[in-house]
Design a protein around this ligand. Structure first.
Ligand code: HEM
Length: 496
């Protein structure tokens, strides 16, 4: 498929990794689905946008309303890229039309992330802010943002996982996976979503009874769907259902807060993030609700899709699957895994890193320049959108040999150790960086590792339908990864 076939595209300049682009809103049609390929070129991800226009996420709406028109230049000016008037479909420009700088330059991306709140700030449409809440860590700016970010990082930091999350994650994992039976045909995409939602219900609200989890999981699921839908707040639309789910989730949170405030000893509040937040911090009720809902939004799809993609990649690389299985089967614990077990999974960690590199869910970030920003020879005007394109860096052949190939062993190479430091590395930043660095990163990694453990030691599977990744309207496998499960042993660990 040539890019000429697409009514919108952008190019990363060969002279520089910046592109400035201005775009229209009219997505066109794509040709036939291309051949099955596990990893697709970043440009193809952009191309695919035309295919599924009606369901775009808010970030995509922002991105796709811009079309590339470039000018090359090295003067003190806008970063290189042709510019001009949109060719067709001006309707959105008067609403949203703004310049955008898309960057595949790791050093510039880091500069943007590290200047969050100073030169740049994250920027979301009102419909999204209404849904996730204007008092949450994602939507707040400045001092309030820093405060909530510190609280969330503290609640989920590495050394707390051992006490607060390790066993609960396993109980919920076993409970959820135990509902699958031998020879069952499943869409793994749906199962991973269920696993991640059940985990969120348990970890955020501290609920562990299966029946209560199922009730809340439905609300969580409706809410998450709304974050990926067109913002039409009218009965029958996904966004409307999500707004209703938001109200019910808030009401549940408020009930828990009320219980907590009853005299000591009269009730027992479970120890989810909410319970600990109430114990350790004093925040207004509205802030607490939005805080929890923000975590739900940020932590659910990201984790679910990384679990899914990991199995998808392993499925295509039997040597890696066998090595991971061997590692997991070799762990010492007979019952629940211990913290020592978690720390003894070096190859599984490589699989997670490699999955995040080529199947990174946060393919780009969205920022807005707060003022005219001078960077090297360029000036990025105030109000301009800036898009650090994380996946473009992760898939850069100059940084990663055979970049489109799933190769978990690359992370064992001593030469890659510095690059691998996902907290600081400009070349590998699946969890972002700077003031908005993902506070749930360690928790997500623990959940994914435990999912891989229980999934691979319990089941073998055969793929029933070909599949491929797509990032529009959100990260997914186009056919949901249809597989038949076969239990390895009939004695899966029980949660009882
Ligand atoms: C594999 C899973 C995950 C990935 C790839 C991921 C990735 C990211 C990235 C790239 C950002 C930065 C966004 C930006 O700069 O605009 C972010 C922010 C965030 N993540 Fe994650 N995340 C994951 C899981 C989680 C989990 C499990 C939670 C919590 C339960 C979580 C909570 C958050 C929150 C609250 C923010 C916003 C931080 C802020 O704006 O200050 N994430 N995540």
């Amino acid at each position: 498929m040539g890019k000429e076939a697409f009514p919108m595209y952008m190019e990363l300049s060969s002279e520089s990794s910046f592109t400035t682009f201005y775009a229209n809103s009219k997505a066109g049609t794509l040709g036939e689905d291309s051949d099955v390929s596990p990893v697709r070129d970043c440009r193809e991800m952009i191309y695919e946008a035309g295919e599924e226009w009606p369901m775009m996420t808010f970030t995509l709406v922002l991105l796709l309303i811009f079309i590339a028109k470039f000018i090359y230049g090295k003067k003190k000016n806008m970063p290189p890229g042709r510019r001009g008037w949109p060719l067709v479909g001006d309707s959105f420009n008067c609403l949203f039309g703004k310049w955008a700088v898309v960057s595949a330059d790791p050093i510039f991306n880091r500069f943007v992330m590290q200047n969050e709140g100073k030169l740049f700030q994250s920027s979301y449409p009102k419909s999204f802010r209404d849904l996730v809440g204007k008092n949450g860590v994602i939507t707040l700016q400045g001092y309030e943002h820093r405060r909530l970010h510190a609280i969330s990082s503290n609640l989920m930091r590495f050394d707390k996982l051992k006490f607060h999350f390790l066993n609960d994650i396993q109980l919920i994992m076993i409970q959820t996976l135990n509902n699958l039976h031998n020879n069952q045909v499943i869409l793994l995409q749906d199962v991973c979503r269920k696993v991640a939602i059940n985990q969120m219900v348990n970890q955020l609200l501290g609920i562990s009874s299966e029946c209560e989890i199922n009730e809340m999981a439905q609300l969580f699921s409706d809410f998450v769907d709304g974050c990926l839908s067109l913002p039409i707040n009218f009965p029958g639309f996904t966004y409307h259902t999500a707004m209703k789910a938001r109200e019910k989730i808030i009401s549940k949170i408020k009930k828990t807060i009320d219980k907590q405030r009853q005299p000591a000893g009269s009730t027992q509040v479970s120890n989810g993030v909410l319970g600990r937040l109430l114990e350790e911090e004093s925040l207004p009720d509205e802030t607490i609700s939005d805080f929890i809902i923000n975590l739900l939004f940020a932590g659910n799809e990201t984790t679910a899709k990384t679990m899914l993609f990991a199995v998808f990649f392993l499925n295509q690389c039997p040597t890696a699957l066998n090595q991971l299985l061997e590692e997991q089967q070799g762990l010492t614990s007979n019952e629940m895994l211990t913290w020592q077990d978690y720390k003894a999974m070096p190859f599984t960690q490589c699989v997670i890193d490699e999955t995040l590199r080529i199947g990174g869910i946060a393919i780009w970030l969205m920022r807005e320049a707060k003022e005219d920003v001078t960077y090297q020879d360029y000036v990025i005007p105030k109000g301009c959108f800036v898009v650090p394109f994380l996946s473009a860096v992760h898939l850069d052949e100059n940084l990663y040999h055979d970049a489109l190939t799933f190769n978990p062993w690359r992370w064992m190479d001593p030469e890659n150790q510095e690059k691998r430091n996902w907290r600081n590395s400009p070349f590998y930043s699946p969890f972002g960086g700077g003031a908005r660095f993902c506070p749930g990163a360690e928790l997500a990694r623990l959940q994914i590792a435990l999912f891989l453990h229980y999934f691979v030691i319990t089941y073998r599977w055969s793929q029933l339908k070909e599949d491929r990744m797509s990032f529009f309207p959100s990260a997914r496998l186009v056919n949901g990864f249809q597989i038949r499960l076969m239990r390895r042993h009939e004695h899966m660990k029980s949660s009882d």
